[in-house]
Design a protein around this ligand. Structure first.
Ligand code: AMP
Length: 298
């Protein structure tokens, strides 16, 4: 068990027990500390670290959770194979100056008989919710639990998972959570691919093709600038770009969805005449990637 391990030479605490973490965070709150919180599934990369760095600036205590949440995975998804590496995560969290790394076990987050769920059916059933119907129920439930354990003043989420960020913002407003949700920009590899723990699944051939995913979305922006505002036409041009650019040799590309939506409500948009998010998911080989681009069209 990882409870109460205090790393030598740093002040980062690592706790696995939710009650211990809650007690420590409550003590901090009572002592007047401002708690910044970054929830994650671990296997840290520079995207996670950028959230942590920004969170560190905005609070006096930085809490990061690291939990591969089983309830957000469907029965045929990658729960068992999701990349995990505690030692590496500890080192990367220490690098940023995390005060508490909360790394609970599945059984302590979902005790036998657990039967409470948080759902936002309206916003959770398009985009990623179409092919992952129970995903956001799992996300909202675990984030609610984490908020109640950590009791943060500010919670930080990446815009790479735009739908998740929009749903959490709505949930925090609906449930009167006493905290501010902060969304931060997507961190990309030099070739434009959005950083993701799942990029580790890509074979070298797939990795070489993966940047075309983002490039297709950027190409739509150029078409928009040239006057193409109908979203069906824009979506078609992106699909054609991917179909031409990606499948090379053994690399396959399957489009899960490509949608144009209002960035806050996630309601579908037919013509890009105001702020519009183009969000997409594709499968390169067996790896599902998501990304999005915000068109600030006024
Ligand atoms: P995950 O561990 O993938 O669940 O992600 C944890 C948090 O990090 C979420 O708020 C993600 O949106 C955010 N995140 C993941 N990848 C990136 C990225 N490339 N840039 C910025 N934030 C990210």
């Amino acid at each position: 068990m990882l409870t109460h391990i205090i790393q030598k030479n740093t002040y980062m605490q690592i706790l696995a027990n939710p009650l211990d973490a809650q007690q420590l965070c409550l003590q901090w709150r009572m002592a007047g500390e401002q708690i910044s919180f970054v929830p994650t599934m671990g296997f840290f990369h520079a995207g996670h670290q950028s959230l942590m760095r920004e969170a560190k600036k905005r609070g006096s205590k930085l809490v990061v959770s690291r939990f591969v949440n089983p309830t957000q995975f469907g029965p045929t998804e990658d729960l068992a194979t999701y990349p995990r590496n505690l030692e590496r995560d500890v080192a990367l969290a220490q690098e940023v100056g995390v005060d508490l790394l909360f790394t609970p076990e599945e059984g302590s987050m979902y005790q036998p008989g657990h039967d409470t769920w948080v759902e936002l059916p309206g916003m959770a059933h398009n985009l990623c919710g179409l092919s992952r119907p129970t995903f956001f129920r799992g996300v909202c439930t675990v984030v609610t639990k984490l908020f109640l354990i950590v009791q943060p003043h500010h919670a930080f989420f990446g815009q790479k998972d735009w739908q998740q960020l929009a749903i959490i913002q709505q949930m925090v407003q609906d449930l009167h959570f006493p905290l501010e949700v902060v969304g931060l920009p997507t961190v990309r590899e030099q070739d434009g691919l959005a950083m993701s723990s799942r990029n580790a699944y890509l074979s070298p051939e797939e990795r070489a093709q993966a940047p075309h995913f983002y490039q297709g979305l950027c190409q739509a922006y150029q078409l928009l600038q040239a006057g193409m505002v109908e979203t069906t036409a824009l979506a078609q041009s992106i699909k054609e770009y991917w179909a031409k650019a990606i499948p090379v040799g053994a690399v396959t590309c399957e489009v899960d969805y490509i949608s144009f939506v209002h960035p806050d409500t996630l309601a579908p948009v037919d013509r890009v005449t105001g702020p519009t998010l183009v969000a997409a998911a594709i499968k390169i080989g067996k790896t599902r990637l998501i990304d999005n681009v915000l068109f600030n069209q006024n």
